[in-house]
Structures are given as structure tokens and as C-alpha cells.
Design a protein around this ligand. Structure first.
Ligand SMILES: Cc1cc2nc3c(=O)[nH]c(=O)nc-3n(C[C@H](O)[C@H](O)[C@H](O)COP(=O)(O)O)c2cc1C
Length: 146
């Protein structure tokens, strides 16, 4: 079974809801899903998954600290071992959403391969946004191979 890791950070719950939708979509598509906040995720989680979703709130037009913490800790332990691993990004924001670019740029540093356009949601995910996020999870599950 394909393993999808959903790692995210959330201050007030919007991105948590988004992450849960991505996880639900991946699960419905047949993947086994690990859902973790960035501060608790470990480099091993990234090594072990077949595909990863990276989620954050927009923090001053940049990735939130919790996801950045994970990526900082994971960089050296996974270097050269996650090349072309499928990933997708999602953010929630208050009207800006430029944090997406920072996640994409960090993912590039890991040499992850983006398999779907990043999803950007204003505030708490609506029913329509939840559907798009579930679809993102399904795409990751399909991209994870095996
Ligand atoms: C410290 C901080 C900085 C923020 N900076 C931005 C920003 O630059 N642009 C933006 O659109 N929203 C910004 N926001 C708003 C959040 O990204 C937005 O409310 C998001 O949905 C919160 O997600 P959460 O409920 O998962 O914490 C900021 C929020 C916080 C707490």
C-alpha cells in the first residue's frame, strides 16, 4: 500500500482542517496516511513515505515555523535520498498566499517532484476547498507508485 505523509503547521485550525482533507482524500484513494504536525514529524517519516503533502498557513508571506522546523531538521538526514519523491503543497492564508512559493522553493531544495498544482485557500476551507484538497490527496496517492 502506498504511504502518504501529510505534514503541516497550523496556528488556529484552518490548515489543520486542510491537512485533514488532504489526508482523507489520500486515504479514500487507497493510501495509508500519516498525518503529523511539523514539530512532531521526523526525517524518517519523509524517508519512509512514497509521497508527501506539505501544508502551512501563510506567515508573513512565508512558510510557517512548524513546517519550516521539520524541513530544517529533515534536510541533511534525507539529502540525496528523496530525489523525485512526489510532493504537493497547500496553504491557507488571510488574503496573500505567497507562502506557497516558499514551500515550493524549499521542496526544490530537497529535489522533490511536484505532482499537482499547489492549493491555496483563503481562511477556513469551505466545502468547495475541501473537495479540492481531497483531490490533492488523491493525486498524491496515485503519484506515490507501487
Ligand atoms: C504570524 C502570522 C502571520 C501572518 N501573515 C500572513 C500573510 O503575510 N499573508 C496572509 O495572507 N495571511 C497571513 N496570516 C494569516 C494566516 O495565514 C491565515 O489566517 C491562515 O488561514 C491561518 O491558518 P491556521 O488557522 O492554520 O493557523 C498570518 C497569520 C499569522 C498568525
Amino acid at each position: 500500500m502506498r504511504k502518504v505523509l501529510v505534514v503541516y503547521c497550523s496556528m488556529s485550525g484552518n490548515t489543520k482542517e486542510a491537512a485533514e482533507a488532504v489526508a482523507a482524500g489520500a486515504k479514500a484513494a487507497g493510501a495509508s496516511v500519516t498525518l503529523k504536525v511539523g514539530t512532531e514529524a521526523q526525517p524518517q517519516d519523509l524517508l519512509e513515505c512514497d509521497a508527501v503533502a506539505l501544508g502551512s498557513y501563510d506567515a508573513f508571506s512565508y512558510v510557517g515555523g512548524g513546517l519550516k522546523d521539520f524541513l530544517d531538521r529533515a534536510f541533511y538526514p534525507t539529502q540525496g535520498q528523496v530525489t523525485d519523491k512526489p510532493y504537493a503543497a497547500f496553504v491557507t492564508h488571510g488574503g496573500g498566499g505567497q507562502a506557497v512559493q516558499s514551500i515550493e522553493s524549499l521542496a526544490q531544495a530537497f529535489k522533490l517532484k511536484r505532482v499537482a498544482p499547489s492549493v491555496s485557500v483563503k481562511g477556513k476551507p469551505s466545502g468547495q476547498a475541501i473537495a479540492v484538497l481531497k483531490e490533492l490527496g488523491a493525486k498524491l496517492a496515485a503519484a506515490g507508485g507501487k
